[in-house]
Structures are given as structure tokens and as C-alpha cells.
Design a binder for this molecule. Structure first.
Ligand code: NDP
Length: 399
């Protein structure tokens, strides 16, 4: 690539698992990508290291105090020209900056919604890892993508796989492309074979030890409860214009087939590769071209077999809860997501059992009413309400 085609990139959530993988891919292609801005919430040392390595134009951290600390470190390191910002308004600023071509949306949870939407509204190429943003705001988010002519590329490995297996021209609906169904693969998480009785005593450390993927804490717990697959089901419906019944979840413990598309003529197209997020990240950065991601070639002889089984919704009810929330529509997915964020944090803090996560989410959804998700204000209001209800229930009852 020539210097005129260098892409300026903002990484929201640069200190996280996806953020670090994105930095790894960018570092392999210094002539093609330049880091414009990086953001973190609390990890100031990690953000300082990234600044030293990549010298972005801007760095954003959560608080004024940490911003002061980072400013002093950068000055001492001779990096005075890196601008340090803090807080939510700064996240919006670096998402919509005119110099920026590509925004990697890799903040975890609802906190990523507003900066991701800001990138969409500025018409950027948005690499969407932050699935919670789309789950919360579904229709509004997709409307904004088309209204502002943004390019939305899914980074979740399953949705990235589906994107790769669909015809290039996806507009016009799945059925007009001859697509019968989307097959969303799930590893099944670390407790795929555990009994319900054993699941009662799962610890946060066990839940965060995923067999195939190395990820942040929240998504690791979501993978263990299968809420991650539930959120992904909702994400797939919005991204590809699919009805919930067109999305089939298939447990595939090896995580080699990242998802599939089934066509009307009986063909099933799969995307395969080693479980390494650098593949979908590189795809998103370079699309429609392909670049080296640093990922080892897939050795099918070493893999040797691929297994597929149906998910067990009795042991993992979160999948059902997500499907029901999508079917209920309106603000139900935003409430599901908010209740789940409270439940996962409570589990990580030792205030809720593993099986209590699904019970708390279900009780929260039973307590609040579904409203039409016709504005961002309504969605944010319902998100806050679901968090309040979940916290109250957590104090009132034992789950
Ligand atoms: P991590 O927990 O590893 O990283 C989260 C990032 O978001 C960190 O940079 C963190 O900063 C920042 N952050 C956290 N809270 C806030 C906040 N309130 N305001 C601003 N920034 C914040 O998460 P992952 O990288 O695992 O996941 C990121 C997103 O990508 C999630 O939505 C996840 O579902 C999705 N995803 C992740 C995959 C993976 O393999 N990890 C795969 C597919 C999707 P700090 O370090 O300072 O806390």
C-alpha cells in the first residue's frame, strides 16, 4: 500500500483482549495502518505501554486523575505530542474525529454503545466486537449504519464467518440470496459436559478458563453460561436481517468451524480456521482484501475430527432467555443485556452463584415491562431500570 492509502485507526478498548489482538495485527502492517487513538478505562500502565509502542495522536482514559498520571509519564518519556483525554465525551471525540477511517469497537458491555454509535454516525468503517451495543439498540443502530453510510464489519468470529459465507451483495434480504438459515457455532464453553448439580458450585476462576479462546472476563463468563451465544443470536438477527427461527445454534467443541450459512439448494458453506481473533480482526481491517494476521495455518490432520451437537437449554437456560427477548422485541434485549451485566459482575464478585446468573436475568425480565425501542433515551432508561431491578432482586432474594 502507498502512504495515501494508510488507514487511521481508533481502538476503543485498546487494553482489552480484542484491543491487544488488534494492535498485534496493526503492528504487522505499519505501512497500511496508523494508530490515531487508543482508549482504556482504568488500565493506565497498559495504556502507557501502548502509547510508547505506537505513539498514537490521542489516548483516552477513564478519570481525570489517571489522565494526569498518564500525561506525566508521557512527558517524562519524551512523548509530549500525544494528547491525553479522559471520560465519556473523549470516547465520542476519538470515535468521530475527521482524521479517523476505522474504529475498532472493543469496549466491553453497554459502556461501548455511545462511542460505537458516534463512529457509525460519523460514517466510519466500524469493526464491531462490542456485541452488547447492537443487542441493546438493534434497529436504531442498523438504521444509523445505513443513514450515515457507515461500513459495519462484524468481528465476533461467528458473525465474521457468516459474513464471509454470504454472497457479497447481502442487501435485499436473506431469502432473496437463497439463504435458508444461519448456523451459529458454539464451543459449549468449559462446562459443556457438566451436570446441573456440578454447575451449582462453579467458581469465577473456572468460568473464566475457556478451553479454546483467550478472552476478557465478562465474555468468558457469558460463554460459560451460553448467554454469549444468546447475545450472538440477537446480534445475528440484526446484522443479517434474520428472524430468530432462521438462526440455529450448533455446539461444536473444537471451535474450528466458526459458523455456517445454509442455502435453499442444500449447500452449507462454512468458514474455518484456528480459534484466534486476529483472523476476523485482519478481515475487518483489510476488507475486501486479505492480509496476514499472524495466525498459524489450520492443520486439519492435527484437528482430525469435527463434532457437532445440539445445545442443552435445560442446563444453559440463557440461550432460551435471549431467544425469548429477541422474540419479545422492543427494549427486551436491552433489559436482558443489562440484567446479565449485573448478574455476571455479581458472580465475579462472589455475590451470586453460577446458576444464579440465569435465574436473576429471568426474574428481572419477568419484573419489567417491554417498551417500544423507538429512541436511544428509552433504551438507556430501560437499561438503567433493568440494572436497578436486578440489584434490588439480588438483595431481596437468594438465587
Ligand atoms: P476486555 O475485558 O478484555 O477489555 C475491555 C476493554 O474495554 C478494555 O480496554 C477496558 O479498559 C475497556 N472498558 C471496560 N469498561 C469500560 C468503560 N466503562 N468505559 C470505557 N472503556 C471500558 O474485553 P474483551 O476484549 O474480551 O471484549 C471486548 C468486546 O468484544 C466485548 O463486547 C466482547 O463481547 C467482544 N468480543 C470479544 C471476544 C474476545 O475474544 N475477547 C470475541 C468476540 C467478541 P480497561 O482495561 O482499562 O478496563
Amino acid at each position: 500500500m502507498t502512504s495515501s492509502t494508510v488507514q487511521n485507526v481508533t481502538i476503543l478498548g485498546a487494553t482489552g483482549s480484542i484491543g491487544r489482538s488488534t494492535l498485534d495485527v496493526i503492528a504487522r502492517h505499519p505501512d497500511a495502518y496508523r494508530l490515531h487513538a487508543v482508549t482504556a478505562y482504568r488500565s493506565r500502565e497498559a495504556l502507557f505501554d501502548i502509547c510508547r509502542r505506537f505513539a498514537p495522536a490521542q489516548a483516552v482514559i477513564g478519570t481525570r486523575e489517571d489522565a494526569g498520571w498518564l500525561r506525566r509519564q508521557l512527558d517524562d518519556a519524551g512523548l509530549e505530542r500525544i494528547e491525553v483525554l479522559h471520560g465519556d465525551p473523549a470516547l465520542l471525540e476519538v470515535s468521530r474525529a475527521v482524521e479517523v477511517d476505522v474504529v475498532m469497537a472493543a469496549i466491553v458491555g453497554a459502556a461501548g454503545l455511545m462511542p460505537t454509535l458516534a463512529a457509525v454516525e460519523a460514517g466510519k468503517r466500524v469493526l464491531l466486537a462490542n456485541k452488547e451495543a447492537l443487542v441493546m439498540s438493534g434497529g436504531l443502530f442498523m438504521d444509523a449504519v445505513s443513514r450515515h453510510d457507515a461500513t459495519l464489519l462484524p468481528i465476533d468470529s461467528e458473525h465474521n464467518a457468516i459474513y464471509q459465507c454470504l454472497p457479497m451483495q447481502q442487501r435485499g434480504g436473506l431469502s432473496r440470496q437463497g439463504v435458508a438459515r444461519l448456523l451459529l457455532t458454539a464451543s459449549g464453553g468449559p462446562f459443556r459436559e457438566w451436570s446441573l448439580a456440578d454447575l451449582e458450585s462453579v467458581t469465577p476462576a473456572q468460568a473464566c478458563a475457556h478451553p479454546n479462546w483467550s478472552m476478557g472476563q465478562k465474555i468468558s463468563v457469558d460463554s460459560a453460561t451460553l448467554m454469549n451465544k444468546g447475545l450472538e443470536l440477537i446480534e445475528a438477527c440484526w446484522l443479517f436481517g434474520a428472524a430468530p427461527e432462521q438462526v440455529e445454534v450448533v455446539v461444536h467443541p473444537q471451535s474450528i468451524v466458526h459458523s455456517m450459512v445454509g442455502y435453499a439448494d442444500g449447500s452449507v458453506i462454512a468458514q474455518m480456521g484456528n480459534p484466534d481473533m486476529r483472523t476476523p480482526i485482519a478481515y475487518g481491517l483489510a476488507w475486501p482484501a486479505r492480509i496476514d494476521a499472524g495466525v498459524a495455518p489450520l492443520d486439519l490432520f492435527a484437528v482430525s475430527r469435527l463434532d457437532f451437537e445440539a445445545p442443552d437449554e435445560a442446563r444453559f437456560p440463557c440461550l432460551r432467555l435471549a431467544r425469548e427477548a429477541m422474540a419479545a422485541g422492543g427494549t427486551a434485549p436491552a433489559s436482558l443485556n443489562a440484567a446479565n451485566e449485573v448478574a455476571v459482575q455479581a458472580f465475579l464478585d462472589g455475590r451470586l452463584s453460577f446458576l444464579g446468573i440465569a435465574r436473576l436475568v429471568e426474574s428481572t425480565l419477568e419484573t419489567i415491562e417491554v417498551r417500544a425501542a423507538d429512541s436511544l433515551d428509552v433504551i438507556l432508561c430501560e437499561d438503567a431500570q433493568a440494572r436497578r431491578v436486578a440489584e434490588t432482586l439480588l438483595h431481596q432474594r437468594s438465587f
